[in-house]
Design a protein around this ligand. Structure first.
Ligand SMILES: [Zn+2]
Ligand SMILES: [Zn+2]
Length: 263
């Protein structure tokens, strides 16, 4: 086999592995969080909308867009493995936490500006599909157009040429982002707390839920930093989080006696 054919086969094997694991994670998280949601109906963020009816469409689209996400991750890891990139740093537990946080900060900045770009007139046609989910659910996280996904997840294919992150950090970050994104679209709030609102830079599910419901606020992914700095944070966000802290009942894993779970 020539080197090129061999390389292509290796790349496809890596892509297939990343895709299989991500699809598995998508369904485990989706069904797992749905199970918790059914036991906590009062924690639904948009009380009068039921995004669940879009489930079949969203799963179909997700199976396509996860292939694009997986391709971005595979390009990054493959390029590192072939020695085409800078570094990478050797993995060490001592440096894992600061590297991970740096990876989150850089991804958040990438995501914020890519997302702002996708909301401009020439690019919005690539992003419109994701906004069909007005009340997002666990199935909406990856229900994204393919060009949109390539832009927002292109981070993994590019960052390896700029910062020598260990591949372990990149994989851990991707896993974290899948979990964070599924909770972020769950439509049910479990993370409202003082640290999820001003003056802290962290956020909770309500943040991105408002992006879907109100459309022109809250573009960031992990931190409210960029939105606050550039004036795109929803004016009601901090108040709403505080209200949920005060009024939401305790999170339970027991089904309420006699009452029907909301789908
Ligand atoms: Zn958007
Ligand atoms: Zn979204």
């Amino acid at each position: 086999m020539s080197d090129v054919v061999m390389g292509a086969a290796e790349f496809l094997a890596l892509l297939a592995a990343v895709y299989a694991v991500t699809v598995l994670a998508y369904f485990i998280l989706g069904f797992g969080i749905t199970w918790v949601n059914a036991r906590n109906p009062e924690r639904r963020i948009q009380k009068n909308r039921r995004g669940e009816k879009r489930r079949a469409q969203e799963i179909r689209q997700s199976l396509a867009s996860i292939l694009v996400t997986s391709a971005m991750v595979a390009i990054g890891l493959f390029s590192q493995w072939k020695g085409w990139t800078i570094g990478p740093w050797e993995f060490s537990w001592l440096w894992a936490a600061p590297q991970f946080v740096l990876c989150m900060i850089l991804f958040d900045a990438w995501f914020y500006f890519a997302h702002r770009l996708l909301h401009t007139k020439p690019f919005y046609r690539f992003h419109a599909l994701h906004h069909k989910s007005v009340a997002p659910t666990v199935w909406s996280n990856d229900s994204i157009g393919l060009v949109d996904t390539a832009l927002s997840q292109g981070y993994y294919a590019v960052v390896v040429f700029l910062v020598p992150f260990s591949p372990v950090i990149l994989i851990l970050h991707r896993a974290f982002d899948q979990i964070n994104g599924t909770f972020g679209h769950a439509g049910f709030e479990y993370f409202a707390s003082k640290t999820a609102r001003h003056p802290w830079p962290m956020l909770c599910t309500t943040y991105h839920d408002q992006h879907h419901a109100e459309f022109r606020y809250n573009y960031a992914n992990y931190f409210s930093f960029w939105d606050r700095l550039l004036g795109t944070v929803s004016p009601t966000y901090d108040r709403r989080v505080a209200a949920i802290e005060e009024t939401a009942p305790a999170i339970t894993l027991k089904r309420a006696g006699g009452s029907q779970p909301a789908e």
